[in-house]
Ligand binder design. Structure first.
Ligand code: 13P
Length: 256
């Protein structure tokens, strides 16, 4: 993280959290009311059931609230789905698209994910587009090839540094306590940056690249110091305000 890109620390609660968890959201919202938030963005993506209450709870906080998925259409007969417009209507500002759990559980393709990101842009949401290789792909030495394919097909043609964040989440590192070596994180992030530069030129320099997969208060400091890591996408460790705020605090030293 050596550039002028403003870091982004993001939490993804996945299918966790009920009204009883609102005190954690409030604690995170309150905890980021410090001068450090002048230097970095903090985002929390609770389940959509808590979205509207969460934005209301945090309306006096620099904490941004987002969603974890959206439909590719603006509205219509799609029972059970949520549109980007609905997220924006709840004052959400970001939406995660293409998380590996969506790719796996709902067979989401790169083409669908690109359409979802386009829907996000149309509703003025920032799309956090996730990519990452499986364990088998890494073992087969296909990591960079997979990242290139996913970037090529799931990032829209009109992506900009303002509208788009890319999250590199190796599937095998998610929820497992395993993380790639720092050299592997650096290799993947450098590769993502240069692949984006081939397509988007100068604009690619401003696109923020997050690392996700077993990031926690213990390893945050070293991960955020890796070149081209512009922030973290945190699952399990974002559920407890104390853990997530400890990771926020890790930026204190880096940005001092
Ligand atoms: P964990 O931090 O629980 O490994 O999850 C990472 C993730 O998938 C965030 O989107």
């Amino acid at each position: 993280m050596t550039s002028k890109r403003r870091p982004l620390l993001a939490g993804n609660w996945k299918m966790n959290g009920t009204r009883a968890s609102l005190d954690q959201i409030k604690a995170i919202g309150d905890g980021v009311k410090t001068s450090l938030s002048e230097k970095l963005d903090v985002l929390l993506c609770p389940p959509v059931s808590l979205l509207y209450v969460a934005t209301a709870l945090c309306d006096d906080s620099p904490l941004a609230i987002g969603a974890q998925d959206c439909h590719q259409k603006a509205s219509g007969a799609h029972t059970g789905d949520i549109s980007a417009e609905m997220i924006a209507d709840c004052f959400g500002t970001h939406v995660i698209v293409g998380h590996s759990e969506r790719r796996r559980d709902h067979d989401e393709s790169d083409d669908l994910i690109r359409a979802k990101a386009e829907a996000a842009y149309a509703a003025d949401l920032i799309a956090v587009i996730c990519i990452g290789e499986t364990e088998a792909e890494r073992k087969a030495g296909e990591t960079l090839e997979v990242l290139k394919r996913q970037l090529g097909a799931s990032v829209p043609e009109n992506a900009t540094a303002k509208s788009t964040v890319i999250a590199y989440e190796p599937v095998w590192a998610i929820g497992t306590g395993l993380t790639p070596t720092l050299a592997d994180v650096a290799e993947a992030h450098d590769f993502i940056r240069s692949t984006l530069a081939e397509r988007f030129g100068e604009e690619a320099k401003g696109i923020r690249l997050l690392y996700g997969g077993s990031a926690n208060p213990g390893n945050a400091r070293v991960l955020i110091a890796v070149d081209n890591v512009d922030g973290l996408l945190v699952g399990g460790a974002s559920l407890k305000a104390a853990d997530f705020l400890a990771m926020y605090g890790a930026y204190g030293e880096l940005l001092a």
